[in-house]
Design a protein around this ligand. Structure first.
Ligand code: SF4
Length: 63
């Protein structure tokens, strides 16, 4: 399972890195950067929650 962010859609709400800070982090302007594209089992549920909570639908899970 991998997670990617579409930088054209991200507007920097910060829900993703608030929910899963081990996987996502803000850049200097608050936009999402993916720290680890390969999602490991212990954080998979948090990543799914972050994807579901992104208001811009900027995050995508690739199996
Ligand atoms: S929740 Fe969505 S819009 Fe907000 S920072 Fe994360 S990816 Fe970007």
């Amino acid at each position: 399972m991998r997670v990617v962010v579409d930088p054209d859609k991200c507007v920097g709400h910060g829900r993703c890195y608030a929910l899963a800070p081990d996987v996502f982090e803000p850049d200097d302007d608050g936009y999402c950067m993916v720290r680890h594209y390969e999602v490991w089992p212990a954080v998979a549920e948090l990543v799914r929650r972050a994807v579901a909570n992104c208001p811009e639908e900027a995050l995508t899970i690739e199996d």
